[in-house]
Design a binder for this molecule. Structure first.
Ligand SMILES: C[S@@+](CC[C@H](N)C(=O)[O-])C[C@H]1O[C@@H](n2cnc3c(N)ncnc32)[C@H](O)[C@@H]1O
Length: 251
């Protein structure tokens, strides 16, 4: 997903339109797709980028050595503070993985200065991720018992109304949600299928649970379903939702 994480991070930052020299706190930086976009386009004074995975943190740190960023191996439950608060507290593609997103958004708000912004984005797992929709449509036709595993059932709050409510209930003002849309372009069928074989997440875990025969049957169905364009590429729609809110006062 890395190539598209960078794309959505860029669109998100365009939407935030931050003033230069801001102080940023990032929650769940992973290997640094959003951190890199902040460094590249927002002229930050500082970024504190956090993730609970020490492996991701050391990878991001070694990759983004030229960024004015400090990387910390900490959870959303244990976010650092800055005297006076951060200008922006942000998170990319993380909220749906948290056990208690409402508590995390509350902590993000507390770390933000009055007048600063809390903002995040998540993939639209319910309707907007065509590459997953096609995968599960075919998987479920072969194995109806898999239907509850699809991301759209597991992450129902990745939609405008629940996201608005999540931010409003955390006490944020002027809450806005907007979609970011672009195609996922796969070079060929192998480029589409390979990530399902080795990655983490609901769909790759499901593929790993199949025996060789089941895996081949699913692969063949998908191959038949995903008709490439004349140049061999497979183009599927993707959508994320960004959400942002203002810290208008200290609760
Ligand atoms: C899909 S990745 C997104 C990474 C990065 N922000 C990006 O846009 O590519 C989700 C990230 O959430 C992190 N994460 C999972 N649970 C978390 C938690 N409780 N607190 C903070 N981050 C968490 C994971 O370690 C992972 O790096």
């Amino acid at each position: 997903m890395g190539r598209w994480s960078r794309k959505v991070a860029e669109q998100f930052l365009e939407w935030l339109d931050p003033a230069p020299r801001a102080h940023w706190l990032e929650v769940g930086c992973g290997t640094g797709a959003l951190t890199e976009a902040i460094c590249g386009s927002a002229q930050p004074s500082s970024i504190v980028a956090c993730d609970p995975s020490p492996g991701f943190i050391s990878f991001a740190e070694s990759r983004l050595g030229r960024c004015p960023a400090t990387f910390l191996a900490v959870d959303a439950d244990d976010l650092p503070r800055r005297e006076g608060g951060f200008d922006f507290v942000v998170s990319g593609l993380v909220l749906n993985f948290l056990v208690q997103p409402a508590i995390a958004v509350g902590s993000m708000r507390q770390r933000t200065r009055i007048g600063g912004k809390v903002a995040a984005y998540v993939w639209d797992y319910s309707e907007g991720m065509e590459f997953l929709r096609v995968f599960w449509e075919q998987a479920i036709e072969l194995d109806p018992s898999a239907s509850h595993l699809a991301e759209r059932h597991r992450f129902p709050f990745c939609r405008p109304d629940p996201l608005t409510e999540l931010f409003a209930q955390a006490g944020l003002a002027d809450v806005e949600v907007r979609p970011f849309e672009f195609p996922f372009i796969f070079h060929d069928f192998h480029d589409y299928w390979a990530p399902f074989l080795g990655g983490t997440g609901p769909a790759p875990s499901y593929v790993a649970s199949l025996d060789t025969q089941g895996r081949t049957a699913l692969m063949n169905r998908l191959k038949k379903r995903l008709v490439p364009a004349s140049d061999g590429t497979i183009r599927l729609g993707a959508r994320a939702f960004g959400v942002r809110g203002l810290v208008a006062n200290r609760q």
